[in-house]
Design a protein around this ligand. Structure first.
Ligand code: SF4
Length: 281
């Protein structure tokens, strides 16, 4: 099969990102995967969803990419960790998928968001897709953990109108425990975006007993406020919607007994960010 041909007839449109999708690319030869990653002419996408109002401003089309190096304990999409679970989609087809909603997205002050997984695992595809979307007047956003931000040149950053940056917790050790990776590259990416005045919305998942230490949150809030380019902090309550995926994939899920945060905890967490002059919801 050539790199330009989809391996599967699966629908691009997913019911939601919580739909379990596996092995959509197993028949794509390794050489074609490598070529696709290098060129960005084909991407590996879990699914597309339309009409999202929670993945950036306005109403949005969201593409959920496959591939992530992190292993967040609360990840609700562990089926997106493997690139092979993504459906191979040509750049042309992905662009068409977005372009068909162009008018509606503009009317509803929305746009296109690339999420995942970690979209910068497929940085060439991401840049080409953002370039194509921007060229037809569609607002672009990326939801990223920032770890691979160095893969983007300064010029390429201009193709992204908004970065939804996941800051998972505070402190080197806690970050390694929660995600399996270092926090440094994420913070470096945030600083770089700040230096270039690229807008950020920070996304933070509030997990009782795991990410709710007020001292940590205060430090995180100070860092975010000092950046000067963060338009809002979204405090996302932990939930158990992705637990079934861990079980189906035979993964060891350690948060079985963790409850979603109470309203009081959500409010007090938002207050910590607001105390540093940030907008927090
Ligand atoms: S960075 Fe996102 S996709 Fe990757 S493991 Fe963490 S929550 Fe899951």
């Amino acid at each position: 099969m050539s790199a330009g041909q989809p391996a599967s007839t699966n629908s691009l449109e997913g019911k939601s990102p919580y739909e379990l999708r596996l092995n959509q690319s197993v028949s794509v030869p390794e050489s074609a995967v490598k070529k696709a990653l290098e060129s960005g002419d084909m991407g590996f996408v879990h699914s597309f969803t339309t009409g999202s109002t929670v993945d950036g401003p306005g109403v949005r089309v969201v593409a959920w990419t496959a591939g992530c190096l992190w292993r967040c304990l609360y990840c609700h999409n562990p089926d997106t960790w493997s690139l092979m679970n993504g459906l191979p989609v040509t750049l042309q087809r992905a662009t068409q998928e977005i372009a068909q909603y162009r008018h509606g997205l503009q009317v509803m002050h929305g746009g296109f968001t690339l999420s995942g997984g970690e979209p910068l695992m497929q940085d060439r595809f991401a840049v080409k897709l953002f370039t194509a979307a921007q060229a037809i007047g569609i607002h672009t956003a990326i939801e990223t953990n920032g770890f691979l931000g160095e893969r983007l040149s300064d010029e390429e950053l201009e193709k992204i109108d908004l970065v939804l940056l996941g800051i998972k917790t505070w402190g080197a050790e806690k970050h390694r425990h929660l995600t399996g990776k270092e926090i440094g590259p994420t913070l470096d990416f945030a600083r770089r975006l700040a230096a270039r005045r690229r807008p950020i919305w920070v996304r933070f998942v509030l997990v009782p007993g795991l990410t709710d230490d007020p001292e940590d949150l205060t430090q995180m809030a100070k860092f975010i406020a000092d950046l000067g380019n963060v338009e809002r902090v979204e405090v996302l309550p932990f939930h158990q919607l992705g637990r079934f995926k861990w079980k189906k994939l035979g993964l060891d899920y350690t948060l079985d007994d963790v409850k979603p945060p109470t309203l009081e905890l959500i409010k007090s967490t938002c207050e910590i960010f607001r105390a540093e002059g940030l907008k927090a919801f």
